[in-house]
Write a protein that binds this ligand. Structure first.
Ligand SMILES: *Cc1c(COP(=O)(O)O)cnc(C)c1O
Length: 351
């Protein structure tokens, strides 16, 4: 195992930072009159449900996640979508212009964008042909300034799981943080790595309520890591990063988990059906195995098919510009009716 010491790993200015202390986080106990936060205490135009600042620590939501995921509240950070967590991690760990991060394309695009916004170098180590990280190359590309490695499993846009033994090797040998993005884990039979967090002080797991949980519009992401990493990330997050409506509705979604579980089963069924039906088209050359709610499909002319579908009012994602994804479309498994429409339009396509 690598020795990982958060007190030496994160940026000095962050470790020493005195975080902003909000009116609501300074107060504990019971009160009936709140004159501490300059809110409008009259009856607001839309009623009073949202007239108060939200809980900066999202305590109720964390307790719910803690019970569901069997992990302590101290190991949980809630963010404005998991994209915010990616940005926070980079800003907490990487000195702009000096440090670097490692990604394994083809993968999710925000790791690179978030790093570049922060003037942090991005080192790319191409995946192997079967879309697995190339361990030897990853370790070779890393140096003292390599602060983190992003691994996405199931991976976007390829859809496949990263082999657990490879993740384990990376956790044991990579010297920086391993950020494991599990945005699609709910669609997979593979267990989350949350239960193994205790064994890996350099592991950060990202999850989101945007995919399986169906609330992308509310922007709720979650990071799970050691208590010391989480407390450092809490220092630099905006105090009210998750709004009140999102906190309430996320809680409602999580409490209604049986509905989501049913939908996930249904989405997987639709995805498998879609894969089966797409195989029949002569212009489809490869359908990659998926553990997510989408399919990566290689066709003979992705640009043409993408454009044709657009004209029919159907938007898929053209991933052709990504390394190893030449002529590939990424297609989300929709409802039975939506998938049927897609297939019907493809039947009249003659490329
Ligand atoms: C969609 C997605 C996210 C972003 O999730 P948000 O919580 O909506 O910001 C993160 N990682 C991957 C791999 C994704 O596909």
């Amino acid at each position: 195992m690598t020795t990982f010491n958060p007190a030496q790993f994160f940026r000095k200015n962050i470790l020493e930072l005195q975080p902003y202390s909000s009116a609501r986080s300074e107060f504990t106990g019971a009160a009936t009159v709140f004159l501490d936060a300059n809110e409008n205490n009259m009856n607001a135009a839309i009623g009073n449900s949202y007239s108060r600042y939200p809980d900066p620590l999202q305590r109720t939501l964390k307790q719910q996640l803690s019970a569901m995921k069997k992990i302590a509240v101290e190991n949980i950070l809630i963010t404005n979508g998991s994209d915010e967590a990616i940005d926070l991690l980079i800003r907490a760990a990487c000195i702009p212009g000096t440090d670097n991060v490692l990604i394994c394309p083809p993968t999710y695009g925000m790791y690179e964008v978030a790093a570049r916004i922060n003037d942090v170098e991005v080192r790319e180590v191409l995946m192997t042909k079967d879309f697995q990280p190339d361990i030897e190359q990853v370790l070779q590309a890393a140096d003292e300034q390599t602060k983190m490695l992003f691994i996405c499993s199931p991976n976007n846009p390829t859809g496949n799981l990263i082999k657990p033994e490879l993740i384990k090797t990376l956790l044991d040998t990579f010297k920086g943080l391993v950020v494991l993005d599990e945005a699609y884990i709910d669609f997979s039979l593979q267990d989350s790595w949350i239960s193994r967090l205790g064994q890996y002080p350099n592991l950060v797991i990202l999850q989101t309520l945007s995919k399986a949980w169906g609330i992308a519009g509310l922007r709720v992401g979650i990071a799970y890591a050691s208590a010391s990493i989480i407390s450092i990330l809490h220092k630099l997050k905006p105090p009210y990063n998750v709004n009140e409506a999102s906190q309430q509705l996320a809680l409602q979604a999580l409490r209604n988990n049986s509905k989501t579980e049913g939908q996930v089963a249904n989405i997987i069924h639709e995805r498998n059906l879609l894969a089966e039906r797409l195989k029949a088209f002569s212009f489809v050359t490869e359908i990659f195995p998926s553990d997510a709610n989408f399919l990566l499909v290689r066709v003979n002319d992705a640009g043409n098919i993408y454009q044709y579908l657009l004209e029919k009012g159907i938007v898929v994602r053209n991933r052709s510009s990504q390394l190893l994804c030449e002529n590939c479309l990424r297609i989300t498994a929709g409802t039975a009716a939506e998938n049927e429409l897609l297939l019907k339009q493809l039947e009249t396509f003659n490329g």
